[in-house]
Design a protein around this ligand. Structure first.
Ligand code: IMP
Length: 429
């Protein structure tokens, strides 16, 4: 059985959910390994549209085990409303399991995230305000709460005695926010314990060991994208976790040797929400056209996404640091009516003409960079019904094959529309 990681290869919103959904059909176990409800994954199945934030979309298939892994952060209220929504749609959620080592987003995390974003005069990140950064900050500072703590009076009691004095001092003195009493947090934790109870899997080691021993197929589900990775992305305009393929080996409970393939999902163009550099961004009619045809508005926040041409410079970087073994290219049909399609192959520094073929990691110089483009002829044809690679128009194939050449990586999947059927597999997956 092949174990695969699905990674966003750009700035998130690449259409990972559809690819994850397709691959989940062939997996026995799906594990979401990082992030939280900052993600928004839309899956169209059986003529219904499902919006996932934290729960692996593999839950739509009966009989799959779907883990929310230890590397994730969970906002209890968001989890509760997501699960209720699925149950209301008749989805069987009995396969859902939460690793008790996952971190909890507390109300003070969302408050601090909101405060920082609303009050930033400089250095605004444009976060989803779901408390992601503050939750990971506390996890790394070793003052976070984990799901398992909710069921351990000792852990809660001892941890809160350390956490709360520190937290309240910061809330009051740094942010001017209200402090929390221990009673208040304890009663919240009681409520959270009830919410998670049907899903927490204290026996996760056995489940993972059994699956490994029985050679079950594992799908590791990433959120966000390589360019939002805390270590390799456009720091500080990033999320606070590791969406890269390597993140699967820390956030899932399995090590790197369990991974056979890493599929990087990328759009045929680029989008970004929130602040931060974006060299190929189009602030013109072409950008608007891509946004409208591609319906580029955020699932989690509804924000219009910034749009631009495909950037082979960041993508080549994503192949390297994301550990990508192949690419799933989505939304190529958005270009069906385009006369020309551009691809950025290098950056040029407008100050001295220096050409960058490799991604310059100092994002503070990106404002001086302009894209060097090559132009491809459009195919001017509706390709949304094509499911066989050879039936694609010549210009579409040329475009895809040029991307493979630039990225030195095969494109294994091409998506030509939102439905499961609108997919071209270039190899037997
Ligand atoms: P945070 O993850 O909410 O802290 O936001 C940090 C940055 O990551 C912001 O620019 C967000 O817009 C971006 N971001 C977080 N989650 C997603 C996602 O699922 N898709 C696209 N961008 C995201």
């Amino acid at each position: 059985m092949t174990n695969r990681v699905v990674v966003g290869a750009q700035w998130g919103d690449e259409g990972k959910a559809k690819i994850t959904d397709l691959l989940a059909e062939k997996a026995d176990l799906v594990i979401r390994y990082q992030g939280g409800c900052n993600a928004g994954h839309t899956v169209v199945a059986n003529n219904k549209t499902f919006k996932f934030h934290l729960i692996p979309s593999g839950i739509l298939y009966k009989g799959k085990i779907c883990f929310i892994g230890a590397g994730t952060v969970i906002l209890p209220e968001a989890f509760e409303s997501e699960i209720k929504g699925l149950i209301a749609e008749g989805v069987d959620v009995s396969g859902l399991k939460i690793n008790p080592l996952a971190s909890i987003t507390m109300p003070y995390h969302t408050e601090v995230d909101g405060y920082s974003e609303n009050n930033a005069t400089k250095g605004k990140i444009g976060t989803t305000k779901k408390g992601i950064g503050p939750t990971y900050t506390d996890k790394m500072a070793r003052i976070g709460l984990k799901i398992q703590d909710l069921y351990s009076p000792e852990a809660l009691n001892e941890k809160l005695d350390i956490i709360l004095p520190l937290k309240n001092k910061t809330l009051k003195e740094v942010y001017g926010l209200e402090p929390y009493s221990k009673e208040c947090i304890l009663s919240l934790c009681e409520k959270y314990a009830e919410i998670f109870k049907p899903y927490v899997c204290f026996d996760w080691q056995t489940v993972l060991e059994d699956a490994k021993r029985d050679n079950k197929a594992v799908l590791f589900e990433g959120a966000q994208g390589v360019m939002l990775d805390i270590d390799y992305g456009t720091y500080p305009f990033v999320t606070s976790s590791n969406p890269i393929g390597g993140g699967a080996a820390t956030g899932s409970g399995y090590g790197p040797k369990m991974i056979d393939e890493v599929i990087g999902v990328a759009k045929a163009y680029v989008t970004r929400v929130g602040e931060g550099p974006f060299v190929t961004e189009l602030k013109d009619e072409t950008g608007n056209k891509i946004r409208e045809i591609g319906h580029e508005f955020g699932v989690t926040t509804g924000r219009p996404r910034r749009c631009g041409w495909f950037d082979a410079v960041t993508m080549k970087y994503a192949v390297l640091v994301g550990g990508l073994t192949s690419i799933a290219l989505t939304k190529i049909d958005v270009f069906d009516s385009f006369d020309e399609i551009k691809v950025c192959t290098a950056y040029k520094d407008t100050r001295d003409g220096k050409i960058y073929k490799n991604y310059p990691t100092d994002v503070f110089i990106h404002k001086y960079l302009e894209p060097v483009y090559e132009t491809h002829k459009g195919w001017k044809q509706d390709i949304t019904g094509i499911t066989v690679y050879d039936k694609l128009p010549e210009n579409a194939k040329k475009y895809l094959e040029r991307l493979e050449e630039l990225l030195e990586t095969p494109i294994s999947i091409v998506s030509v529309g939102p439905d499961r059927e609108q997919t071209i597999f270039r190899k037997d997956i």
